[in-house]
Design a protein around this ligand. Structure first.
Ligand code: PMP
Length: 452
């Protein structure tokens, strides 16, 4: 329906418009190229569809300001890190206070004592540990699971992403005799073969799950309860319950990585919808943008971890880094969990998500687009394909990178910021109805032009 020729024509017009409207960003991009590799301090910043990244001047609530004096409605929100709004007041106050009291002592603090109870109350698991990133939390959890089960394999789902974690970069690839596991082709410097110790199956495939788990050699299943990194793939009815049951029957540890799905509802997806995992990882937004993450676990897992710890020689565990759980991270989480990530915040976010879903579904219906919307909680995604995907392979096939990049740039040029990689939109407690309505309006304009 939307031709490649039209996509290319609109995309080049939008690139030209971007260049005109963001002169200071372009100039700073040129200056930065002198010393930063490829012109940015972190190469992911090149993933935006614009010719150079916008240079941020600041952000507040759900607004992002650029050095060119532009203000954008921010639906990317740091790809979930700022999902509860940029610099919420309780976080800003806690950080300012902590800044004058030392930031990293390698000692526990009083706030930390309180925070343990707050995490347990919010997420329903009794025991917790802190890391500096969600990637690191997932690496720690994988180590613990292998350590306490004595099994060397983990199971993941095709199309998953759990951070910079070697063990999870395995995909399923079509092969003349069916599907085969393969290491992700884009990895840099990967020298270890992870295929013998990582099993990969499609999400929502109960037969494959049963086959893998009943062998009895899987230490843990590491999963997002809803896949959010390959578009968005919902769990089929009963699938997560089957996953829970099969893990329990085979003494496999069920780990939910709720780094993104904390957007599903208060306490994350597993508390909003069930079932309960044995271990849970939450990163990014738990510190409101301060680098920190946590993993929680049941009493039974804690006992097995303690037993393992007591049985090993003293020395490096391979888990944790020097800055983990420092005073700054603890203060940030204390403010976020105590005052920002509230039931009231979710009520606002979920209502706005419904408004956005309705708006985009209205566009799809009005233009008879072969698209659909996926939504769980405060996370909304439009997909340029007719049918919702049930697994990673289908979700990859449903992507339309050229069209999506052109739409993103069209929106950015009109003051609306979507996450790169996919069409994900997050609603924060600070997002206003007017921002949602503006997004729907501009997206409708974009679709109208692309269809002309
Ligand atoms: N888990 C999930 C589900 C994620 O989406 C991500 C990052 N997108 C991570 C873990 C890793 O987070 P970080 O990059 O902050 O380590």
């Amino acid at each position: 329906m939307i031709s490649d020729a039209v996509i290319d024509r609109i995309a080049s017009r939008e690139v030209a418009a971007f260049r005109k409207a963001n002169l200071i960003s372009l100039e700073l991009g040129c200056q930065a190229a002198a010393n930063w590799f490829q012109g940015v301090p972190f190469h992911w910043m090149l993933d935006w569809p614009s010719p150079v990244p916008l240079v941020a001047a600041g952000a507040k609530g759900a607004m992002l300001m650029t050095v060119d004096g532009r203000t954008l409605d921010d639906f990317c929100l740091g790809d979930t890190a700022s999902m509860f709004g940029h610099s919420p007041a309780p976080l800003a106050e806690a950080l300012a206070k902590q800044a004058g009291e030392g930031l990293s002592y390698m000692l526990p603090t009083e706030k930390g004592v309180e925070l343990g109870g707050m995490l347990a109350a919010m997420f329903g698991l009794p025991r917790w540990q802190v890391t500096t990133t969600a990637s690191e939390a997932n690496r720690a959890v994988i180590r613990w699971c292998r350590g306490i089960t004595g099994r060397n394999k983990i199971l993941i789902f095709n199309g998953c992403y759990h951070g910079a974690v070697d063990d999870v970069f395995v995909d399923l690839r079509a092969h003349p005799s069916g599907w085969e596991a393969t290491m992700r082709a884009s990895l840099i410097g990967q020298v270890h073969d992870i295929l013998p110790t990582t099993s990969v199956i499609e999400f929502n495939d109960i037969d494959a799950l049963e086959r893998e788990l009943k062998r009895g050699d899987i230490a843990c299943v590491l999963a997002e309860p809803v896949m959010t990194n390959v578009g968005m793939v919902r769990d089929a009815p009963g699938y997560l319950e089957a996953l829970r049951r099969l893990c329990s029957e085979t003494d496999t540890i069920l780990v939910f990585d709720e780094t993104h799905t904390i957007s599903s509802g208060y306490g994350g997806h597993s508390n909003a919808y069930g079932p309960k995992p044995d271990m849970m990882v939450i990163g990014k937004s738990i510190g409101g943008g301060v680098p920190t993450a946590v993993y929680g676990f049941s009493e039974e897992i804690a006992e097995r971890m303690a037993k393992l710890n007591a049985s090993r020689p003293s020395g490096h565990s391979g888990i944790g880094t020097t800055l983990s759980a420092n005073a700054l991270a603890i203060s940030a989480m204390h403010a976020m969990v105590g005052k920002v990530i509230t039931h009231e915040a979710y009520r606002h976010m979920l209502a706005l998500a419904q408004r956005l879903v309705k708006g985009i579904e209205g566009i799809i219906a009005a233009h008879q687009l072969p698209w659909h919307v996926v939504n769980v909680g405060a996370r909304v995604e439009f997909v340029c394909a007719e049918k919702p995907s049930t697994n990673g392979s289908e979700a990859r096939a449903a992507m339309h990178p050229r069209l999506e990049a052109a739409i993103h740039l069209y929106l950015a040029n009109r003051g609306i910021l979507l996450a790169p990689f996919h069409n994900m939109m997050l609603l924060s407690p600070a997002t206003q109805e007017g921002q949602v309505d503006r997004l729907v309006h501009v997206l409708n304009d974009a679709v109208t032009e692309f269809l002309e």
